[in-house]
Design a protein around this ligand. Sequence first.
Ligand code: PSV
Ligand code: MN
Length: 399
Amino acid sequence: MAGAAYRILAEQLATRGVDVAAVRAALNKQRIETPSWGYADSGTRFRVFRWPGAARTVREKLDDAAVVHRFTGITPSVAIHIPWDRPEDGDYAALRRYAKARGLTIGAVNPNVFQEEEYRLGSLGNPSRAVRAQALTHILACCDIMREVRSPALSLWFADGTNYAGQDDLRSRKRRMREGLQAVYCRLPAGSRMLVEYKFFEPSFYSTDIPDWGTAYALCLALGPRAHVLVDLGHHAPGTNIEQIVAFLLDEGRLGGFHLNNRKYADDDLMAGSVNPFELFLIYHELVAAGAAARHVAYMIDQSHNIEGKIAPMILSVLNCQEAYAKALLVPRRKLAAAQADGDVLRAHALLADAFRTDVRPLLAQVREEMGVPADPLDAYLRSGHEKRLAAERSRGRK
Ligand code: PSV
Ligand code: MN
């Protein structure tokens, strides 16, 4: 099927010196984790528009993740958020088996320490010792859940911060956060990692306890080698050079993973690659350039679909990441290094831009054929009638 178009592209790439077989092999190994919360009704603080057929339970979320994996072939794990994904019977081992029966594993466990009434002034950074203890207890319970679901990572994000100057002592907040994280770090399940996510604002607007990668990095250094920084693409001020942050963390061995999404104005949690595909490409370019240093990086989507559906936009995000990675694999690294060494600014830039401009769709169609998934997964999914079936099935019992 991919046939003629692929052969023409493969020939062109070969004349450019690209090892097409190696590119295909790399694409076959690409993996992206999808978030349980992206399958449920979610959205902005203004309005959550209900989607007919959105998942209502954690098992339905896993069912939907399995559909995304079936159509894309590269999303075999699902991140969970606790307590949002607490199974009704509380049996996490059974949940893991349920996932396994659908060809999935459970990925990162995300403790939620931002929705209880007690967390008004924060969780691990809260001035109250009792509230800090409550947050710590929840996060440690998540470590136990990690053991049951065999999760490789504890993914931490804190809404902690202050809204007004003088509201709290900034140095004390810093120390409390560090102390709390240290208590968690000691209890990480064997072989797992702690991912520390930063966000420059929201829901705290005057100060955020972990506002940037530098703070997250400093905390990780203080904690130990199993603590790594998590880069959520939506959590940066406009104009931030995210790929430079990625390069720095990779080089220091502290890039833990990504929350893939795209932003336009704030933390809008839009589909990955939808606003700025060039940025996504440049990030993948750094990852490819880092080679083995990027081995342990976790690629996780974190988006909140509000008006565009659930499963289909998840598929599109995955495909956008696949496309960005494919283009990054085409960068002629030796030629680029030579242009850089020669100080040939224009040529160096043009080499990158050329890779980005390459239409890799025939290549991806070929790779998908090899993986046994549709050449155009989004189109195949939309035509499958699955959305209609879900909407009918899941409308029962809804108000
Ligand atoms: C916060 O904005 C965040 O990016 C964190 O990763 C949360 O766990 C996730 O969104 C879902 O609220
Ligand atoms: Mn995130």
